[in-house]
Design a protein around this ligand. Structure first.
Ligand code: FE2
Length: 411
């Protein structure tokens, strides 16, 4: 295993001296106590949606990403649909709340935010990590004052009983869960009654037929990264907390001055290929919202967080390098999806010469999540170019202002 501090550092964003001091302490201790070795890849991502929305959302995901619908786990208050590519990429668990009256902690995380409250059951919940020894990982984490839901709470939340689930992070509002699974064994979620539902299967087959007819199934790859937006003052704490909870390392941070924002990247120590274990990105404003008028900078990131609460902003899907009829694959994918009525917040940005092209879709009506497409050319290793990130952040910010206006007009 490569020591967690041995990876090269990228980026130009200045961190506080305390950040560097804690980073070293946290990663050295994590490596030496065996946690880095015991915590492996992300096995599943969990998303929750409003009553009646999962059929459409599963259809949307099966058109816009390479996922397949596998099975539904039905419990008293939820339908949990399992989507899978294969055992080399994380599953997506789409969890529909059956009744609009169901209350719980994930709903509470939405309810105090003006736009988040409009769809109180719609949010990304967090990641499930495969661990080699659940007992020792849980004991070590409890010893670091990490708080877990107890078994009774996990049962009431109707989360799989074979997971140890941490309480939401105060910085990102996301959860991390652990479960033990030998690498060679298939993923089995201990929850409810399992059945292939006709309505979900129909939505899946319909989307898959379009995806194949357009040739998208050959171009769309697994998830490349997950990007969470947080308050500016929580940037360093959110990164360090995630490194404490996982076996990720700090890749580096870029300052996007024009958009009053920074992009902060963490990656798995064990999997250099993001498609096997996605990178986790944190985006935070450089200044809190209340000084925007003084520093004369807009703050699209802080605006998002104030409207929705800290939460996952987008899932980035990788697009295979190559061309279709002389057009880069990403342009072909986006044009095809536009012809199917899908919307994007801007045109594809970046270029082959710069190493990568990227785009943001409009936010999903069902999960509020944006899908980013990213195509890297040749052996380009980076995550972004600064001008791309500035354009993406700007486009998401403009969309955000429109949504805020819409939300106000509904109040
Ligand atoms: Fe991204």
């Amino acid at each position: 295993m490569t020591p967690s501090l041995a990876f090269p550092r990228y980026g130009d964003k200045q961190n506080s001296p305390q950040f560097d001091e804690y980073l070293q302490l946290i990663l050295e201790e994590r490596d030496s106590c065996g946690l880095t070795e015991a915590i492996r890849q992300i096995d599943a991502l969990m998303v929750t949606v409003e009553p009646g929305h999962s059929r459409a959302y599963v259809g949307e995901l099966c058109l816009m990403t390479p996922y397949h619908y596998l099975v539904t786990l039905e419990s008293e208050e939820h339908l949990t649909h399992i989507l899978r590519i294969d055992m080399n990429a994380p599953d997506i668990l789409v969890r529909e709340v059956k009744s609009p009256n169901t209350r719980g902690i994930f709903r509470s995380l939405n309810e105090v935010y003006p736009i988040g409250a409009h769809k109180p059951n719609s949010r990304y919940m967090g990641e499930v990590f495969r661990v080699t020894d659940a007992h020792s990982v849980i004991e070590l984490q409890k010893g670091r004052d990490m708080r877990f839901f107890n078994q009774e709470q996990v049962r009431k939340l109707e989360l799989p009983g074979n997971m140890a689930v941490l309480k939401p992070s105060p910085y990102t509002h996301n959860i991390v869960a652990y479960w033990e699974r030998p690498e060679a064994e298939i993923r089995i979620y201990a929850l409810g009654w399992s059945a292939i539902r006709e309505d979900m299967q129909a939505a899946y087959l319909e989307a898959k037929e379009v995806r194949e007819r357009l040739g998208l199934d050959r171009l769309l790859l697994p998830i490349d990264h997950l990007a969470t937006r947080i308050y500016s003052q929580n940037r360093e704490a959110a990164i360090l907390e995630y490194l404490t909870l996982t076996s990720y390392y700090y890749w580096g941070s870029y300052d996007i001055v024009s958009e009053n924002s920074s992009t902060n990247v963490t990656k798995s120590v064990h999997y250099s290929n993001e498609l096997e274990c996605p990178a986790k990105v944190f985006t935070a404003a450089n200044h809190p919202y209340f000084v925007s008028h003084l520093v004369k900078r807009v703050s699209p990131t802080e605006q998002f967080v104030r409207n929705f609460g800290p939460r996952l902003h987008h899932l980035a899907v990788a697009v295979a390098d190559g061309e279709v009829d002389g057009v880069p694959n990403i342009d072909y994918v986006v044009n095809s999806l536009r012809n199917c009525g899908r919307h994007f917040l801007l045109d594809v940005i970046g270029s082959k010469e710069e190493g990568l092209k990227q785009i943001f879709s409009s936010a999903s009506e069902y999960s509020s999540l944006i899908i980013e497409y990213v195509q890297r050319f040749g052996d380009f290793q980076g995550f972004f170019t600064k001008s791309n990130v500035a354009d993406l952040t700007h486009a998401a910010g403009v969309d955000e202002s429109l949504r805020a206006l819409e939300a106000e007009s509904r109040e």
